[in-house]
Design a binder for this molecule. Structure first.
Ligand SMILES: Cc1ncc(C[n+]2csc(CCOP(=O)(O)OP(=O)(O)O)c2C)c(N)n1
Ligand code: SF4
Ligand SMILES: [Mg+2]
Length: 306
């Protein structure tokens, strides 16, 4: 496609690139796409806290860092409390036009940073917290977290002892804090993710986004199918896209004919050892979770627009 052809296409996300090329992520890293989109959504007037995680490395060393906005690199368990401090400091200085963004992995959120996150949510501190979920502790060599799904291989759940049990329901936990806004998003749907960030920016108080971000290195899939894998997760109802705004549940993307979960699993080496009965079990759990979400929407929601 020529430059002229590209210019004639209608852009569906902001054009400005705030994240520079030349960062240190692996090829096809879902987490790197994630921050590229997040900064497009929030703009340059953003200050981030990033705890120990892949993104603490991806950004690169100062003064060559890629993110293009100020980042406070904080301890593993403190993404939310650091963001709370930044947000309160900005408020004391009367700087109301700067967004505070906590940006952490699943290990730093579902596990070690949960207490700090709960505190920030309970205080309703004015910040956006995004967990980019790659379903394991990737930066230290693919160890299982409480976001690792049933059946997955990791280095601490090797094939003979693969991960058993459902991943933690982080959206349920955050919804139970009665914060003004919680949402799921997926790097395969950048328009939806950016819209949700912009909505979160317009709401005062604590906002939480659970973002699905495949990791080709840890999930053992080729780097050029990251977006396909991510999209399949939603098309199979493994990772539904919804939001909870002021207690109202809204499913943003209802899949008419969901694909079998087997299609999603078979693309990833981390599930290669699973036998038919395990795949059937995972399908039944996915169906159960989806039906539970439909019931929540029926009880506490309004019909989504499709
Ligand atoms: C208190 C503490 N414990 C352990 C570590 C080692 N550590 C650094 S990054 C990391 C993994 C982070 O996993 P996650 O939050 O899921 O982010 P990802 O690496 O997957 O992007 C660990 C265990 C640390 N830095 N500090
Ligand atoms: S290990 Fe995974 S999450 Fe980390 S930089 Fe590589 S692809 Fe991205
Ligand atoms: Mg992780």
């Amino acid at each position: 496609m020529s430059d002229v052809d590209i210019k004639q296409k209608r852009l569906t996300i902001p054009e400005e690139e705030i994240l520079s090329p030349g960062h240190l992520a692996c090829q096809g890293c879902g987490a790197s796409m994630a921050l590229r989109y997040a900064l497009k959504g929030l703009g340059r007037k953003t200050i981030m806290s990033i705890p120990a995680c892949c993104w603490a490395v991806i950004d690169g060393p100062f003064p060559y860092s890629a993110a293009g906005v100020p980042i406070y690199h904080c301890a593993f368990e403190t993404a939310a409390s650091t963001a709370s401090g930044i947000s309160h400091a900005l408020s004391q200085l009367g700087k109301d036009d700067i967004t505070t963004l906590a940006w952490a992995g699943d290990g730093g959120t579902f596990d070690i940073g949960l207490q700090a996150l709960s505190g920030a949510a309970e205080r309703n501190d004015n910040l956006i917290y995004v967990v980019y979920d790659n379903e394991a502790y990737m930066n230290t060599g693919i160890q299982r977290s409480s976001a690792t799904p049933h059946g997955a291989w990791t280095t601490t759940t090797p094939v003979k002892h693969y991960r058993k049990g459902q991943k933690k329901n982080i959206m349920g936990i955050m919804a139970a804090h009665y914060i003004p806004y919680c949402a799921t998003a997926n790097i395969a749907y950048p328009e939806d993710f950016i819209k949700k960030l912009q909505k979160a920016k317009s709401i005062k108080g604590a906002k939480f986004i659970h973002l699905f971000a495949p990791c080709p290195t840890g999930w053992k899939h080729p780097p050029d199918i990251t977006v396909k894998v991510a999209k399949l997760a939603t098309q199979c109802n493994v990772f539904p896209i919804y939001e909870i705004e002021g207690g109202i549940y809204r499913i943003n993307r209802k899949i008419k004919n969901p694909k079998p979960v087997a299609e999603y699993l078979k693309l990833q080496g981390r599930f290669a050892h699973l036998k038919e009965d395990e795949v059937a079990y995972i399908q039944s759990e996915v169906d159960k979770n989806w039906n539970r979400l439909l019931k929540l929407e029926a009880a506490f929601g309004e019909e989504a627009e499709g």
